[in-house]
Design a protein around this ligand. Structure first.
Ligand code: CTP
Ligand code: MG
Length: 180
């Protein structure tokens, strides 16, 4: 395997996940107000998702992630022809990332981690698991063809790194109160 092939695979892994890498920070800048759980509690008396997950965040984030994927689709169709296999898949990756983030908050509330608290590993990878799950359910053939084992491994390695960098930047420009 040549160095060029390795760079090609890292680029492909990054581009495949890009809609999710954009939808998550997209939700953060949305300034959404209405919580997805409408302030309701779960059976355990704790919030379903908490105030950090808003409807506006889901909408704005999904749209921004979708637009990023569409831009890549057109801008790079010579280098990565048909990388997303269709616009539906771009939407699945974009929304799936936020779906994973929502599930992460659901789990956090169940184990008594308050809004903004840390849950190692899942905090870094919920976006990946969420988009993979939705792609696996709704677009399995394309998902299995695109996320080959090497590509999936690259995604699992680069996502926590990108997550860390993004959160440090968000903290420094005062978008977030904590650097995680
Ligand atoms: N956000 C939002 N809607 C979403 C996701 C995020 O409005 N669906 C915004 C919220 O203002 C949130 C901020 O982005 O506080 C940071 O997102 P995140 O770190 O995921 O949420 P936390 O506030 O840390 O809450 P949690 O502990 O539930 O993850
Ligand atoms: Mg957080």
């Amino acid at each position: 395997m040549t160095l060029e092939m390795i760079f090609e695979m890292i680029s492909r892994a990054f581009l495949l996940m890009l809609p999710a890498y954009v939808s998550s920070p997209g939700a953060v800048i949305s300034h959404g107000k209405i919580p997805v759980d409408m302030k309701k509690n779960f059976f355990d008396g704790k919030r379903i998702f908490g105030d950090g997950k808003t409807i506006g965040g889901l909408f704005i984030g999904t749209i921004l992630g979708f637009l990023a994927g569409v831009a890549v689709h057109f801008a790079l169709r010579a280098t990565f022809p048909g990388i997303y296999g269709g616009f539906l898949n771009i939407g699945l990756i974009s929304f799936g990332g936020l779906f994973g983030d929502l599930m992460n908050s659901f789990i956090k509330r169940r184990v008594n981690i308050e809004r903004g608290g840390k849950l190692p590993v899942l905090d870094q990878l919920n976006v990946v698991f969420g988009s993979w799950l939705l792609c696996f359910i709704f677009s399995r053939k394309w998902f299995l063809e695109s996320f080959t084992l090497p590509i999936a491994i690259i995604v699992l390695i680069i996502t926590p790194i990108l997550h860390r960098i993004a959160n440090i930047i968000a903290y420094k420009i005062k978008l977030k109160d904590v650097p995680w």
